[in-house]
Ligand binder design. Structure first.
Ligand SMILES: Nc1ncnc2c1ncn2[C@@H]1O[C@H](COP(=O)(O)OP(=O)(O)OP(=O)(O)O)[C@@H](O)[C@H]1O
Ligand SMILES: [Mg+2]
Length: 359
């Protein structure tokens, strides 16, 4: 258990800024997911916390102790790398025991701790196997056990399950969550997958170009994105470009009050915040198709300006291709130059709770 404090950390490689002035507090036992597109600095940030990369500026504290200049083995951190490298010339037992041997622990204690770690990741009988005789998922578990056996106060996981199929990934991430909670290890977990972040995280950090775009609970990241980038990064989102004049959107289908200065904005509306009514005349949209997901339908609607929006409709609704419709927005946010300039009050909680995670 430990508290991690990151103070204004930056890292540049020559002229490229991989990480820009990130400050972040991770509480004891908390699991924080770093989410962002490829090249946004997630691995670099994690490697700096683990001591594998030296920051250009800023410092890192673990339980109020400055560890910025300590090498990896002197830090109370354990890291599972993006491309996990197990030693192929050693069996599973020795892969996991390696770090303990470096610490010169007595043989009996090493055996006990390795066996515990193997049991923890569900590989109790696999100690004697060579790592080449393991499936991808089993290798990932060995990599995890190898970190856990050193009893790190802070666990750093860099897309540990990226190479696995969806099913196995879901199972392993649930196991990681269980282990993490049982041991109360403060954890940073890098992922590309928004589903993974929503399922695992106490809080999510959305990264972009080395900077932190937003940090908040999964729920808030989903419902209250502070930038257009975050709004589009998690879950399904409709974006509609429009011009504001005298406090009103000039868009034909979204002629809504938006009390901001005149000029361009982007309206962001979740599919579950949109509904359809049949048009009296030609309508502002035409149904392109409707897909039945069992619990609900997703109706694609083409607006007259060429924008296509997705509408979440009840499963018993019967919108057919070619129908003339009017989309109605119950809630939306307006962004200008990526920044939030206006938000309506949130969609009713019950509606959102039902839909949360299914977008
Ligand atoms: N050793 C290095 N030398 C030069 N540039 C680097 C180095 N390591 C990373 N970078 C650059 O820093 C930026 C951030 O890289 P990083 O690996 O942290 O991204 P990431 O978010 O982990 O991406 P991915 O999702 O693809 O793993 C990239 O532009 C990358 O090219
Ligand atoms: Mg990476």
């Amino acid at each position: 258990m430990a508290r991690l404090t990151i103070n204004g950390i930056s890292k540049s490689f020559g002229a490229t800024f991989a990480v820009r002035e990130i400050s972040l507090d991770v509480e004891d036992g908390e699991l924080v997911c770093l989410l962002g597109p490829s090249g946004s600095g997630k691995s670099t940030l994690l490697r700096m916390i683990g001591g594998f990369e030296a920051p250009t500026a800023g410092n890192i504290l673990i339980d109020a102790r400055d560890v910025t200049s300590l090498p990896p083995e002197k830090r109370p951190t354990g890291m599972v790398f993006q491309s996990h490298a197990l030693w192929t010339h050693m069996d599973v037992f020795n892969n996991i025991a390696f770090g303990l041997k470096l610490r010169r622990l007595p043989k009996r204690e090493i055996r006990e701790r390795v066996e515990q770690a193997l049991a923890l990741v569900g590989l109790a009988d696999y100690g004697q196997r060579m790592t080449s005789q393991l499936s991808g998922g089993q290798q990932q578990r060995v990599a995890l056990a190898r970190s856990l056996v050193l009893e790190p106060k802070i666990l750093l996981l860099d897309e540990p399950f990226a190479s696995l199929d969806q099913h196995l990934r879901e199972r392993l991430r649930e196991e990681v969550r269980d282990i993490q909670q049982r041991l109360g290890i403060t954890t940073l977990f890098v992922t590309h997958g928004q589903d993974e972040a929503l399922a695992l995280a106490d809080r999510i950090v959305v990264m972009r170009d080395g900077g932190m775009e937003q940090i908040a609970s999964p729920d808030r990241i989903y419902r209250e994105p502070e930038t257009e980038f975050v709004a589009g990064f998690i879950g399904s989102m409709n974006f509609v470009r429009t011009t504001i004049r005298d406090g009103f959107s000039q868009h034909q289908a979204f002629a809504l009050p938006v009390p901001v200065c005149d000029g361009e904005v982007v309206l962001a509306v979740r599919p579950e915040a949109l509904s359809l009514v049949a048009a009296k005349g030609t309508g502002t949209g035409i149904v392109h198709r409707s897909i039945d997901f069992g619990t609900h339908k997703i109706v694609d609607v083409d607006l007259t300006d060429g924008t296509r929006v997705k509408v979440m409709a009840p499963s018993n609704s019967g919108w057919t291709k070619g129908a003339a419709v009017e989309p109605v927005a119950a809630a939306f946010r307006a962004f200008r130059d990526n920044r939030l300039v206006y938000e309506t009050s949130a969609v009713s909680a019950t509606h959102n709770d039902r839909m949360f995670g299914h977008a």
